[in-house]
Write a protein that binds this ligand. Structure first.
Ligand SMILES: Nc1ncnc2c1ncn2[C@@H]1O[C@H](COP(=O)(O)OP(=O)(O)O)[C@@H](O)[C@H]1O
Ligand SMILES: [Mg+2]
Length: 141
């Protein structure tokens, strides 16, 4: 595991700038795990990246749908496993089919699947009031 970058944001505007910096890092078929408490800004970050990549539809939270897909200059798969209680529920979703596509796959609440992944990024968001710290890490075998 190596830490690639960390960013601090104290406002929405600064978070949008962080999204812009992150948008230059990710490439088709990258997998990005998003870790952070409820309300830390995981979905917000994906929404901003979708704006930057000009997706056909505006991103919305996948916490009910579990999987949303967007076509853009870089396409996005947005997964959210918050409501998944057991890995067996994930088998029925066929979520792994989303990994080797031309899209970047973002996963909120990825704990259940992290062990199955070999090559991925992780963005950890720590927040306290208006202050947020985003740490980008790269995991390889
Ligand atoms: N600096 C900031 N960066 C990101 N989000 C912020 C910031 N300040 C306030 N917010 C708000 O915090 C909320 C984060 O919610 P969301 O992205 O849905 O969190 P999560 O998906 O991690 O549960 C959004 O309503 C967003 O507008
Ligand atoms: Mg969310």
């Amino acid at each position: 595991m190596k830490i690639i970058k960390s960013f601090v944001s104290e406002s929405i505007e600064e978070t949008i700038k962080i999204a812009a910096a992150l948008s230059k890092i990710f490439e088709p078929s990258d997998v990005v795990l998003l870790e952070g408490d409820l309300g830390s800004g995981k979905t917000f970050l994906v929404k901003e990246l979708c704006k930057i990549w000009q997706t056909e539809d505006e991103a919305v939270s996948p916490s009910f749908s579990i999987i949303n897909q967007y076509r853009g200059t870089l396409s996005v798969n947005h997964l959210d496993f918050y409501r998944i209680e057991d890995v067996s529920e994930l088998d029925n979703l066929g979520w792994e089919e989303f990994l080797n596509t031309d899209a970047v796959t973002f996963i909120e609440w990825p704990q259940l699947v992290e062990k199955q992944l070999k090559l991925y990024y992780k963005i950890k968001i720590q927040f306290n009031g208006q202050k947020r710290k985003f740490t980008l890490k790269r995991f390889e075998e």
